[in-house]
Design a protein around this ligand. Sequence first.
Ligand code: FE
Length: 233
Amino acid sequence: MAEKHKPAPMVDEVSDFEILEVAVRELAIEKGLFSADDHRRWTEYMHTLGPAPAAHLVAKAWLDPEFKKLAVEDGVKASLEVGIDWINSMPTNFGTPSDYCNLRVLEDTPKLKHVVVCTLCSCYPRPILGQSPEWYRTPNYRRRLVRWPRQVLAEFGLQVPEDVEIRVEDSNQKSRFVVLPVRPEGTEGWTEDQLAAIATRDCLIGVAVPKPGVTANVERPVHPAVNPVQDDH
Ligand code: FE
């Protein structure tokens, strides 16, 4: 019995990036830049994050023109209404202003579609939208979206008509974005909670548009390359 059920190894591969993270973290703790307890509190905070605040920000903007105006003009201030304080909420209190990011809310119109990427790495509005999906961090998405946005969105199942402009916003350390999509037809009279349920993560990144009845993201597993680039060093 035991022979048939050998336990799987706990870790079968540690990436170079993970080794680098541990090395930099231990050095920073040793140098007194932050403590191990700061790191634990930060990690716990990161695991509490999810897309609900951004979904509610969009739902509120759909319901209230004054709030929409505030969201577009001052995303950081509007975030307070959904419980996200970009300036004071960070649990460590040691890194500001480096912890601080400026949130901008990108308003779609019937003739303009926004979509968000980080071409340099994987910047993402995590305090209001949680952890990024794996595909968002792939070189494939990052390098191709800026060149061929219409084609990449089509691969996500989003056919954008030719007469609609697509605007790609490139995130960076300080500027993070969420998309405010056009409120779909068939949602007249809906409550904030009903509207927030269709403002899914993918809609907030801009690779999908909200539809009544669609409250989940399409799973997009990331597969290893069939013909990986040979690494000779
Ligand atoms: Fe980045």
